[in-house]
Design a protein around this ligand. Structure first.
Ligand code: NAD
Ligand code: UDP
Ligand code: UDP
Length: 338
């Protein structure tokens, strides 16, 4: 229950986003940190269409105004340029905390995960808001257990090149649980597995966006290492549904949110070839340090307690991302036949 009593009835598990007939649901005040980014902007769209009032807090490190521009002028929408490493005063019912430099090329230099999360938890404590942390499958490191279950503690190098991200998120989870236990903050933790879709940063170095942009530009697909490492790829609308169910549900988590469909990077390259250009070449490059060998979510817990499971397989989701990338890579008026 929320302190201000806004949320009382009408949407338990399974009915998120739908208002049961005859019940009026008052809009919530929700802050989405990182709301101008890839996942955040899709979440904002869903919250806006549900009738909530949304404040996006973003420093545009990797996010873009274009992702949320379609809400400008709506009195229920506000965009604040702000770095969450600095304190901020807001009055809200819920906090979706996504702000984080999330790709390998960006995440190394930044205290956002620790200091930013602390500030948002301080805010949640002060106003009695419910707080959702978007953690990551990276907390499992290079996992010795496969697929990964939430009870697995992970295998993480604390001093490696990725540790700012994975240890940062592990610390963020710790802080969240401390504020939950110690200060009574209503907390939710999602461990997100690799997610793709429209509005992904084109050049931030993640594998799906790299391959798609490369295939469209007729450049070779860069496969790191031998390409036999695996990932499980989730379409963004499935993730957003999971995040909303988690926020509205009664369980703290952590919950794995990911698509159990597992692919090697070579298989992914093949799907990209099939979708965009069968003649796209593959080029092997040295792999990055500490790269996890495999990753696949066990989503039993989310299925049971949130009634959630992903619906969009890679071969269905990829084409939706490709149309968006085609527009952005070539510009609106220069559609190129595939
Ligand atoms: P993204 O880079 O598109 O979005 C992150 C947003 O946070 C951007 O808009 C960026 O400008 C903003 N931001 C970064 N540092 C900030 C700061 N100090 N203050 C304010 N805003 C700041 O990435 P995304 O894929 O949308 O990721 C969203 C969240 O989901 C992140 O917390 C990320 O760790 C988590 N996650 C994503 C994936 C994935 O595959 N996309 C996987 C695991 C976890
Ligand atoms: N904070 C914030 N907005 C608020 C309340 C707190 O940004 O509305 C920040 C605050 O500046 C502090 C952090 O959150 O750096 C943790 O706050 P808390 O009250 O838990 O800790 P304290 O200030 O007592 O150390
Ligand atoms: N990768 C690749 N080619 C690229 C970018 C990444 O083969 O152009 C590999 C990378 O080595 C890793 C996997 O794809 O094994 C996923 O990388 P990404 O950075 O997308 O996500 P994460 O490592 O965080 O799961």
């Amino acid at each position: 229950t929320y302190q201000n009593g806004h949320l009382t009835t009408g949407f338990g598990t399974g009915s998120v986003g739908k208002i049961p007939l005859g019940l009026k649901r008052k809009g919530l005040r929700i802050v989405v940190t990182g709301g101008a980014g890839f996942v955040g902007s899709h979440l904002v769209d869903r919250l806006m269409s549900r009738g909530d009032s949304v404040i996006v807090v973003d420093n545009f490190f990797t996010g873009r105004k274009e992702n949320v521009m379609h809400h400008f002028g709506n009195p229920r929408f506000e965009l604040i340029r702000h770095d969450v490493v600095e304190p901020i005063l807001l009055e809200v019912d819920q906090i979706f905390h996504l702000a984080c430099p999330a790709s390998p090329v960006h995440y190394k230099h930044n205290p956002t995960n620790v200091v930013g999360t602390l500030n948002m938890l301080g805010l949640a404590k002060r106003v009695g808001a419910r707080f959702l942390l978007t953690s990551t499958s990276e907390v499992y490191g290079d996992p010795l257990q496969h697929p990964q279950v939430e009870t697995y503690w992970g295998n993480v190098n604390p001093i490696g090149v990725r540790s700012c991200y994975d240890e940062g998120k592990r610390t963020a989870e710790t802080l969240t649980m401390d504020y939950h236990r110690g200060a009574g903050v209503e907390a939710r933790i999602a461990r997100i597995f690799n997610t793709y879709g429209p509005r992904m940063c084109i050049d931030d170095g993640r594998v799906v966006s790299n391959f798609v942009a490369q295939a469209l530009r007729k450049e070779p697909l860069t496969v790191y290492g031998d390409g036999k490492q695996t990932r499980s790829f989730q379409y963004v609308s499935d993730l957003v549904e999971g995040l909303m169910r988690l926020m509205e549900g009664e369980h703290v988590g952590p919950f794995n949110l990911g698509n159990p469909g597992e692919f090697t990077m070579l298989e992914l390259a093949q799907v990209v070839q099939e979708t965009i250009d069968p003649n796209a070449k593959i080029e092997f490059r040295p792999n990055t340090e500490d790269d996890p060998h495999k990753r696949k979510p066990d989503i039993t817990k989310a299925k049971e307690l949130l009634g959630w499971e992903p619906k969009v397989p890679l071969r269905k989701g990829l084409p939706m991302m490709v149309s968006d990338f085609r527009r952005r890579v070539f510009g609106d008026h220069k559609e190129v036949a595939s």
